[in-house]
Design a binder for this molecule. Structure first.
Ligand SMILES: Nc1ncnc2c1ncn2[C@@H]1O[C@H](COP(=O)(O)OP(=O)(O)O)[C@@H](O)[C@H]1O
Ligand SMILES: [Mg+2]
Length: 500
């Protein structure tokens, strides 16, 4: 019997353990049609696990899921689909070599003709502002475009309960705005939406209600209009958190310079155009810019991962352009890159935290035998400092949640005695608390005389954390400002190529 008054979705005492670790512990939650619920919680608090149970990827150990007032037996993703539940995962599940059309048809269950699909997608475009080029191959798409295809796919399968797991972690601010516009229109149309995000600004701007998980338990719910960022953070962490970033003053020593460096990509496009700047030891130099303005090439050419076609890269006065990544690592240049596919780069999923640290250490320790004892100690330290959850050095890193993986990856580089640290979007996907731990760690490095390049997307953080901010636009430097005196507006103008 259809009960229109009942919530779109209701979770009762939902529980799921992995071995001795209880990821979700008797969680209750409701979601109404025409509502956007933000699900908040630190990395590892159980958000993805909870959503995966609703989407049929995990079977709950106990507890019930009700859809529109009726108990739903969800044993597989196709069961979830039949109940109108669609999930947009953190890591997209599209087939790369297929076109958007093929991916959507693959998911439609029954045959959907090209014509029917064209019509459907046109209608979705009109209703919600979703647009996709159906004959484009997925591997040619930007992250934002892939996400749009995922959403279209879910809607074509008839989803009216939509779950999005950290959808904005990989989007530019402009793409996020577009997504929110789409979600607001879907909500107005009666959809029930759960969104997981760490960005409290997004929570405040988009959601109607907030639910907070801590350590696998639901520790609170609030109407968005009746709460604020500080209160939400406190509930999430379980204690008051100081949301300000220190900027210790430092004596700076000459360390690194770029002189007229240019980089051309394989397709001949000039990605960096005669870029010159210095980073002193004891300085954090921020890099601002719209995504794709040359940030990637800048980081990669310093690391020896991308050849330059002109200019000099000087580390302590010596030109290191043309050296191998290994040589550049050996002189003390470390990368805190957080790649989109975290497991693809630098971490081995099946190995535990200690062994992943050893991957770096074994090249640094002299002699034949690898001393595991001291490394395990450092793994324990790292886990504690970064509050990696669960705090277990022998857990395979493949079982850590995304944000925790990221902390291990960066922590490993920070522990390996850098002199110059190149970081790019290091707090993407990290919860508020962890982000501040990372800022503290960067300041610790600074106090030890390390020079740091900090490529970021949050202008407030760039202005608070860095000593100076360099602005890139179309591969050129359009500004280099003192972070203490510059404003967001000034930097914003420089990002689009107009000097403030
Ligand atoms: N497949 C799995 N096997 C073992 N442990 C897991 C698995 N998936 C998640 N976990 C653990 O469950 C806890 C919750 O993880 P997750 O739901 O991914 O957190 P969140 O999405 O809030 O960051 C974490 O401690 C994580 O390490
Ligand atoms: Mg997660």
């Amino acid at each position: 019997m259809l009960n229109t008054r009942a919530p779109a979705l209701e979770l009762r005492l939902l529980t799921k353990a992995f071995g001795s670790l209880v990821a979700c512990d008797h969680i209750n939650m409701t979601l109404h049609a025409g509502e956007i619920l933000a699900l908040l919680g630190e990395n590892g608090s159980g958000k993805t696990t909870l959503m995966n149970m609703i989407a049929g990827l995990y079977r709950p150990d106990s507890g019930d899921i009700f859809v529109r007032g009726i108990k739903a037996d969800i044993h597989s993703p196709s069961d979830a689909r039949k109940h109108g539940i669609g999930m947009i995962h953190q890591h997209f599940k599209l087939v790369d070599v297929f076109t958007a059309r093929q991916n959507i048809q693959l998911g439609a269950g029954r045959d959907m003709s090209d014509r029917a699909l064209n019509e459907k997608v046109r209608a979705l475009g009109e209703r919600f502002g979703l647009t996709a080029r159906l004959d484009q191959k997925v591997y040619d798409m930007s992250v934002g475009q892939k996400q749009t295809v995922e959403i279209i796919k879910a809607l074509c399968r008839g989803a009216d309960i939509l779950i999005l797991d950290e959808p904005t972690a990989v989007l530019t601010p402009q793409e996020s705005d577009r997504l929110f516009d789409i979600l607001r229109r879907m909500k107005a149309d009666g959809a029930a939406i759960i969104i997981i995000t760490h960005k409290l600004g997004e929570v405040m701007a988009l959601s109607d209600r907030v639910a907070i998980l801590r350590g696998g338990r639901n520790v609170g719910e609030a109407l968005t209009s009746k709460t604020n960022a500080a209160e939400l953070t406190e509930k999430m962490v379980g204690q008051k958190v100081d949301l300000s970033i220190a900027r210790p003053a430092m004596k700076q020593t000459p360390l690194f310079s770029m002189r007229n460096v240019s980089v051309r990509s394989a397709d001949g496009v000039l990605r960096l155009d005669r870029v010159s700047f210095d980073i002193a030891g004891g300085e954090i130099l921020g890099v601002a810019g719209i995504a794709g303005s040359g940030q990637k090439q800048l980081c990669e050419c310093i690391a020896g991962l991308e050849p330059i076609c002109g200019g000099e890269i000087l580390f302590k006065g010596k030109n290191i352009a043309g050296q191998s990544p290994r040589q550049i690592y050996d002189i003390g240049v470390r990368l805190g890159f957080i790649p989109e596919d975290r497991l693809g780069m630098g971490l081995v999923g099946a190995m535990d935290v200690t062994d992943n640290l050893l991957l770096r250490e074994y090249r640094l320790q002299p002699g034949f035998f690898i001393k595991r004892g001291p490394v395990r100690e450092r793994a324990r330290d790292l886990i504690k400092r970064l509050s990696v959850a669960p705090p277990d050095p022998s857990r395979p890193v493949g079982q850590l949640s995304g944000g925790n993986l990221q902390k291990v990856l960066l922590g490993r580089e920070l522990l390996s005695k850098p002199e110059l640290l190149i970081t790019s979007y290091v707090v993407r996907g990290l919860d508020v608390h962890s982000s501040y731990v990372i800022y503290d760690l960067l300041n610790d490095c600074k106090l030890m005389g390390v020079g740091a390049l900090f490529v970021g997307e949050d202008l407030d953080v760039l202005l608070e954390l860095c000593d100076r901010v360099l602005v890139l636009c179309g591969g050129q430097i359009t500004g280099l400002v003192n972070a203490k005196t510059a404003t967001r507006e000034q930097i914003g103008l420089m990002m689009v190529g107009q000097s403030g």
